[in-house]
Design a protein around this ligand. Structure first.
Ligand code: HPA
Length: 273
């Protein structure tokens, strides 16, 4: 057995020895979006540091626990904080928890993130469903030996984000009068925010938002056959001509302010899966 499959088996055995879960929905909470966990009836929480082969999160705004519980009456597994390439993890480490979730029985993955808007229509606090992505500016997590057991060498990426989940999210948003956009997410490595020229290039490439996460996770999830739903909270606007400095604090605050809308959407989406 390969190192990866051996590690996954060890991680999953450890988790199963602590928790019995029948969850089929997994959730990853992005920067400043950790309060969604207030809506979850948490039955078990395992600190990342206790889980064999798990990386450990270092970023402010990430709680660093794998949570097991109920959201909207349905079993879920939630990553309270994720791993980023810019923290120094390899792309394979970044996606390791996604693969663990798959081995634990997760079929549908809900990903959230804070992102910079490059679509001039967007305002800080808006939500955007990710309907496609551009991953060229980051490293692909599938580079290296392919695990045939997990998925194919050359996975199709014509529809990484599940259309049925997107349609459900739109109807939930409509019913609850939540403004919801749809668009393309471009992934960058970070940790610098983009220069003015880079924001312009990303806009020119046809993208609506830019961020430092999510896409590697989506690729790994699609590779192993999961349905993916992704959503961005617009925390800053990259293309303003006037003064345009962006700080991590501002991003966290904007994400926190928008969080109730996202929590409602995720709760209803989980119920509908
Ligand atoms: N750029 C990249 N990542 C981000 C941004 C941004 O403007 N905002 C939040 N995450």
């Amino acid at each position: 057995m390969s190192d990866l499959m051996t590690h996954l088996n060890e991680t999953v055995s450890f988790i199963r020895s602590k928790v019995k879960t029948d969850a089929t929905v997994g959730i990853v909470l992005g920067s400043g979006l950790g309060n969604l966990t207030d809506d979850i009836d948490i039955e078990h929480a395992i600190p990342y540091g206790d889980i064999p082969h798990f990386p450990v999160s270092t970023v402010k705004g990430h709680s660093g626990k794998l949570l097991f519980g109920k959201l909207g009456g349905r079993s879920v597994i939630v990553m309270g904080g994720r791993f980023h390439f810019y923290e120094g993890y390899t792309p394979q480490q970044v996606v390791y928890p996604i693969r663990v979730m798959k081995q634990l029985g997760i079929e549908t993955l809900l990903l959230s993130n804070a992102a910079g808007g490059v679509n001039p229509v967007f305002q800080v606090g808006d939500l955007m469903i990710i309907n496609d992505h551009i991953s060229f500016f980051t490293s692909n997590p599938l580079i290296g030996k392919n695990e045939e057991e997990m998925g194919t060498r050359f996975p199709d990426m014509s529809e990484p984000y599940n259309k049925v989940l997107i349609a459900k999210a739109h109807s939930i948003a409509k019913a609850h009068k939540i403004k919801l956009y749809e668009g393309i997410y471009t992934a960058v490595t970070g940790p610098t925010f983009e220069t003015r020229a880079e924001y312009k290039l990303i806009k020119l490439a046809g993208s609506d938002v830019v961020g430092m996460s999510t896409v590697q996770e989506t690729i790994a999830a699609v590779h192993c056959g999961m349905k993916v739903f992704g959503i961005s909270v617009i925390t800053d606007i990259g293309i303003r001509e006037d003064e345009n400095t962006i700080t991590h604090e501002e991003v966290l605050q904007a994400a926190k302010d928008a969080e109730p809308k996202l929590s409602l959407l995720f709760r209803e989406l989980v119920k509908s899966v």
